[in-house]
Design a binder for this molecule. Sequence first.
Ligand SMILES: C[S@@+](CC[C@H](N)C(=O)[O-])C[C@H]1O[C@@H](n2cnc3c(N)ncnc32)[C@H](O)[C@@H]1O
Length: 462
Amino acid sequence: MTADGSSSNTGQSFSSSTGFSARQLALKALRSIERGAFADEVVSRQLSRANLSLADKRLLTELVYGSVRRQRTLDALIGQFGKKQAEQQPTDLRLILRLGFYQLRYLSQVPPHAAIDTSVELAKQQRLGKLSGVVNGILRQYIRRQAAGDDPLRLPEAPIARLGIRHSYPDWIIQLWQTLLPPDEVESLCEWFNQPPKIDLRVNLQRSNQAQVEAALQKADVAARPIRNLPGGLRLTQPAGAIHLLPGYSEGEWSVQDSSAQLVGHLVTPQPGELIIDACAAPGGKSTHLAELMGDVGTVWACDRAPSRLKKIQQNLDRLRLKSVQPLLCDSRTYEEFGECDRLLLDVPCSGLGTLHRHADARWQQFPESVETLVQLQRDLLLHTATWVKPGGILVYSTCTLNPAENEDQILWFLSQCPNWQIQPPPPSSPAYPFAAAKGWIKVWPHRHDMDGFFMVKLQKE
Ligand SMILES: C[S@@+](CC[C@H](N)C(=O)[O-])C[C@H]1O[C@@H](n2cnc3c(N)ncnc32)[C@H](O)[C@@H]1O
């Protein structure tokens, strides 16, 4: 267990001798992220290029993602134990201290002397001169304070900053959630997103079945359990390493998809032979689910405006061996060439506040201003794609965020603009039914349901 009661991402023990090259690479990665690169991309590039042992790969991943995710807490410690605030320190010193504090505070498997010695060594290697002594002094003060029995992190009294520093979130996200949840639930939600993500699978019922996939995984020593009320849904119950190497993946017997995202496909309830449009489809997680639910009979137009992401749809189609999905490069705000469809899925670009646990840097990449731009994009998409649906047809709107401006408010706005549409609540037989609110839309809260945060609603055109 770590300082705030969460567990670190691996069960691995890390020593100083095995981990030095991992720490050097972690520092390099943090520098690139500081210059604007995405954490996921930097880490996967390093993992594929560097010749590291499995233990070092795990350590590198843990150090980079952890230091980015916990950045606000770590910077508060740097400000508290250093002579200057974190942002006033030279970049390399700040990054080395983040790595050092991350190990001391969150990686109980790293002995404190290893965390300190390797941080000092990193500072020497970067020719930080006298500052390597500063690294040593600052980190040692922390462990002395910790040894005295108290949490060394000093927190302000103001409730928003207090939660933001303790759990490492920007104030605006805490402020937003405080308008939606009681204080103890805001704290649980913050804690939930700092835990390692769960891995759910969706069995491709065109090629296999749940029992077969479960048995094949078990044979490979990977424990999985069926997800209640979700046909074809399995949850891995222990870390499974490289997912794409597990049995059945390359044969197209299953896909990785969180249970919340699987609910979206069930809410669309596509029928064999129908014409379906997925207006924001890449990388195809939901388009392929729709095709599977239709028995691969009918047509799913999988639209996206990003050519590189559209390629991923094709890769998924090839792997899952689905024939009914047609990828289409288009801007769904303006495309005019469709006839009327039976059902449309609009899984819009959003602020992603429901999947913060999956992307270490996501909480630092959105701002109230960027959310405003997204709200406008979502409105443009809603108004235009709604014209593609035939009378009596269905439109499912979904997001992976926990922000009413992109969810409930957006739907109320749409209904005020287009009164010939109405909400169709899911029937009791639908897997989405247990999550439905009185108004008929579906909201999944991660800390209550142990699934990604999602919003979805089914609308019918009169
Ligand atoms: C939330 S992701 C979709 C995820 C996908 N539904 C899945 O389940 O795999 C949103 C997608 O919308 C695409 N997008 C953004 N603006 C668009 C537009 N104007 N027209 C079409 N696609 C757009 C993005 O490229 C991105 O791939």
